[in-house]
Design a protein around this ligand. Sequence first.
Ligand code: LLP
Length: 422
Amino acid sequence: MHDFHYRGRELFCESVPIREITKKTGTPVFIYSTKTLVDHIKKIQRAFRSVQPIICYSMKANSNLAVLKTLVREGAGLDIVSGGELYRAKKTGCDPKKIVYAGVGKTNREIEEAIRYGILFFNVESVPELKAIERVAIRLRKKANVSLRVNPGVDPQTHDHIATGKAESKFGLEIGTAKKIFLNRNEFPALRFCGIHVHIGSQILSGKPFVEAFWKVLSLIDELEKEGLEIQFLNLGGGLGVIYSDENPQTADEFAKNILPLFKGRRFKLVFEPGRFIAANAGILAAQVLHVKETKLKNFAIIDAAMNDLIRPTLYDAYHEVWPLVKSETASKKNYDIVGPICESGDFLAKDRHLQELREGDHLALMTSGAYGFVMSSNYNSRPRAAEVLVKGKSFFVVRKREIYSSLVNGESTPKFLAKRK
Ligand code: LLP
């Protein structure tokens, strides 16, 4: 569900005609709906209200401060993966006791900042990482909370690049190794082992792989409890799939119904890290057609957004629907590849789409771009990054300005020997 819809011929976000936004900001521009963001976090909160989990929005999906603040105001915690994300998290005023920190590599500086900030726990993925956290904690004379990420070896049936729970992936610890670490926890006196983490992948459409993974984790917990070890938190990761075209993903309610019975009678607190489920359908990327190029084999609509703005089609062959900002009543339909101006044949946003006949100056929306959109954008081909806008009801706010040419060289400097002419 989302709040992008046509009123008459015009595409609106909530109560704002999107053309009104693009007239003000230009294109390309990412546009997010407050109502959809809030609706999505509420859906998870409602589905799981019987167990009151800690819902840590996975901010890698979309870390614009206005988006984060929208969710934190609704009670969300945050799942972070870098010092940069911690920096953003601090700016949102999120309670540190609702921040969890994942990722296979953390620098000493990042570990120190997170310990000092008093986050809920680190999700740890290897013994060397545990040792690094232990060393920093000892230096700071503090205890650090850790939760071990296990790799349950299940196939989440999603794109290979976003599957993390398979045995051969770089993520997590084998269950046997995790058990050994828990049992030998006294080797790490500065660490408090408080939980288990499992995240098997992203854009997972059915409950089956989740249930399979959680069963494996529960039997580990049983074994640990037999040894007198109490698990305080079970972090179930993220991964809930969304609709890009004709997928039929489980709803939050169905997900809850599927998995909650597994945890009946258990004392640990559940933690979730949804990213895509909250942000994907809450955003679009609006762009303008620069040229229409018709060849014998194909029609290309060359737009002012490119793979540097939205890399998902290039990277994962991802499908994003293309909607016109203004529907024509009369135009006939044609097939188009929607491509960007970047000098790579991989620079496409959509292929072979049957759309109303396009003309220079027309505007299009690449739907479902709220997650892993702007955050994965780059300056490739020295293209300034797009603006971001947040809509709320009848109003809209620029929440990140479009970059300008001088932003492109910000931080660069010319060594003296190049300053003089040859
Ligand atoms: N927790 C952990 C430890 C993760 O690694 C991720 C995502 C999440 C939570 C959130 O997963 P979600 O609920 O969004 O599925 N760039 C890719 C997706 C990469 C996902 C990385 N990890 C894409 O555009 O499809």
